[in-house]
Ligand binder design. Structure first.
Ligand code: FAD
Length: 375
């Protein structure tokens, strides 16, 4: 059987590995360029927190040992308070209770390499899905450089094409489908905490750093080169109103001025990203089409579980395919039945954790309570 996967993000690349392991022929189409051919500045270099669910999926496919050296452990949260104190909240009392920071590029290239090494898997970069016949699983694609159009036939199409999934749009078109989309009134911009001139880290490396605030919030993940990638969250309209980011952030988070020497330049040059939450149903159509990852459940990033749950989708879908040999319709239905209740809860938790990170983290009561938890 031949499966067409649309999107080579975390979900599409992991799913290609799983499907190949089950003996499917897999054609993956991705609108972006091959991340292995781009230099660091060209590729999306954001880093992501990998947690137990994602680690379980990557272990299941046999890749965690390859990936671990590419990650930085995060042993807890370092909370930067306005007075200068930086209390540290460990994630757990045991050695293994940690998260891992990984560059999206490192994760994807590892998965693409692994998938391509399996018989029957082919990646087609710079190809964008523009149409889909949901009854026959015929996908229409356009080459991003040449504009050449082609139609790809297969037994099923899996949409791993992210929050604004075209596979989902074509699958739902004209059907009784549910679709709830919310765009948060806050957006984000990436800012770097580079390594110091001597190559050392400017702040504790093995932690997720948080600067909580009611009208601005920064979260930073560590990188292997001793830098950290920070994400500044602000109400979207504030990004345009702030003309002096050093004054703005300096008033709220004084230590960022030393930590972010390129703040003004990066603030001016980096685009504002938007945050979307999506709940939708159905996730599949008659054994011909199914969705995984953000395509069926995008969440706000404040719980750090969007990618992890996208990876977990692939594990569950793989098991469902194994439990229903030769019947993709039954496998897809079982997959949605098992997964959707979990991802609906994740959506709620991700919204709640936005309020937690913004408002509660710096309250003395919260810090005392956290300390008491550890005793
Ligand atoms: P995506 O990563 O969106 O990949 C979809 C792929 O499909 C892309 O490569 C895209 O180019 C391709 N594509 C799209 N349309 C088409 C088309 N028409 N044709 C062909 N290809 C197409 N999650 C975590 O678990 N931990 C974190 O710490 C974390 N931090 C985050 C921080 C921020 C600021 C944001 C915005 C998100 C964060 N997330 C995090 C969420 C995480 O990034 C997503 O949940 C994850 O990337 C979803 O993976 P995916 O493969 O489903 O979709």
């Amino acid at each position: 059987m031949r499966i067409t996967v649309i999107g080579a993000g975390p979900a599409g690349t992991l799913l290609a590995c799983y499907l190949a392991r089950r003996g499917f022929r897999v054609e993956v189409y991705e609108r972006r360029a091959d991340p292995r051919l781009l230099d660091e500045d060209e590729s999306r270099s954001i880093n992501l927190g990998l947690s137990a669910r994602g680690i379980a999926a990557l272990t299941d496919i046999g890749l965690m040992d390859t990936l671990r050296p590419l990650t930085v452990p995060m042993r807890g949260r370092a909370i930067h308070l306005p007075g200068g104190a930086v209390p540290f909240q460990p994630y757990g009392a045991h050695e293994g209770e940690i998260l891992h920071s990984v560059l999206r590029r490192d994760l994807i290239t590892t998965l693409v390499d692994h998938a391509e090494a399996q018989p029957g898997v082919t990646f087609h970069f710079r190809h964008r899905l523009v149409g889909l016949d949901r009854e026959t699983a015929a996908a229409r694609l356009v080459h991003e450089d040449t504009g050449a159009a082609s139609t790809v036939e297969g037994d099923a199409v899996i949409g791993a094409d992210g929050a604004f999934s075209q596979v989902r749009a074509h699958m739902h078109h004209g059907l009784r489908a549910e679709h709830h989309q919310e765009i948060l009134e806050w957006g984000y911009k990436e800012l770097t905490i580079p390594a110091a001139d001597d190559g050392s880290a400017r702040t504790r490396l093995e932690a997720l750093h948080v600067w909580p605030g009611e009208d601005a919030l920064i979260v930073a993940h560590p990188n292997r080169d001793n830098s950290l990638t920070g994400t500044l969250f602000l109400p979207v309209e504030r990004f345009g109103e702030v003309t002096d980011p050093e004054e703005f952030l300096g008033e709220r988070f004084p230590d960022t001025l030393d930590l972010m020497p390129h703040l003004a330049k990066e603030y001016a040059e980096h685009p504002v990203g938007h945050l979307v939450s999506i709940r939708t149903s159905p996730w599949h159509h008659r054994g011909r089409v199914a969705l995984v990852g953000d395509a069926c459940h995008a969440v706000y990033p404040f719980y750090g579980q969007g990618m992890n749950s996208a990876l977990e989708d692939c594990t569950v879908l793989d098991r469902c395919v194994g439990d229903h040999p030769g019947d993709l319709g039954a496998a897809f239905a079982e997959y949605q039945r098992l997964r959707k209740p979990h991802t609906d809860v994740l959506d709620e938790l991700s919204k709640q954790n936005f309020v937690e990170l913004r408002d509660r983290l710096r309250s003395p009561l919260h810090l005392l309570r956290k300390k008491a938890d550890l005793l």
